[in-house]
Design a protein around this ligand. Structure first.
Ligand SMILES: O=C(CO)[C@H](O)[C@H](O)COP(=O)(O)O
Length: 211
């Protein structure tokens, strides 16, 4: 069964907590988006985990250097997954993987901006990465890009890792995304931009469960 990850991309602490409360019944993973974690820091990780101990918390650090050093406090604060850029040195990725393993948590390699995604995914998986993230970022989405071709490539490798997919996924694309091999589907704007985020999350949950 695929998991749904809700991307909390507001900068506002209270709005983030309130949105998490609305969507939590329908999602598996609460993601603190990169701008949000830069703005709010460890305090938000602790508050979100305290409010939702039954949910996984993904902290979208997009780490680029000093992997173990940067990720460790976020795992210790209650993060279950942190992200590290596939564009970083393999030593950085290995540092985050080490920190994750030390905290019974997971490291996600984010392939955003990586040229040879298959090569990085293979090497990261061989070095113990838990999740490979196929990701078309917000700026690339605005330029018309989608993550679906990359998903085919990465899912087709048959690596012994979970595959996460992010980049404008909505109710029209979520089922085909799961069917194409996504273990985790990330949704941001399609939920937080909906008239009722809770209703949108509920609808997406039903679609994923029926996929
Ligand atoms: O990580 C992100 C941007 O870098 C977003 O959180 C992710 O793309 C999900 O949001 P959306 O569904 O709106 O694309």
């Amino acid at each position: 069964m695929a998991e749904i990850q809700m991307a909390l991309d507001s900068l506002d602490f209270d709005a983030t907590m309130a949105l998490a409360e609305q969507v939590a019944p329908y999602v598996d993973i609460l993601e603190i988006g990169t701008p949000c974690i830069k703005y709010n820091g460890l305090k938000l990780v602790k508050a979100l985990k305290a409010a939702h101990p039954d949910k996984k918390i993904l902290v979208d650090l997009k780490t680029m250097d000093a992997g173990e050093y940067e990720a460790t406090p976020f795992f210790e604060a209650g993060g279950d997954i942190t992200t590290v850029l596939g564009a970083s040195d393999m030593a950085t990725m290995k540092g985050v993987i080490k920190a994750a393993n030390a905290n019974n948590a997971e490291a996600q390699i984010d392939l955003i901006g990586v040229e040879d995604k298959a090569a990085v995914a293979k090497e990261a998986a061989a070095n113990g990465a838990h999740i490979i993230g196929v990701h078309t970022g917000l700026d690339a989405q605005a330029a018309g890009q989608t993550p679906f071709e990359d998903l085919k490539t990465i899912a087709g490798l048959g690596l012994n890792v979970k595959v996460s997919v992010a980049g404008g996924i909505n109710k029209d694309t979520i089922q085909s995304t799961v069917q194409a091999g996504a273990d985790i589907v990330v949704v941001g704007a399609a939920i937080y931009g909906a008239p009722s985020p809770a209703e949108s999350a509920k609808e997406l949950r039903a679609l994923v469960d029926a996929a």
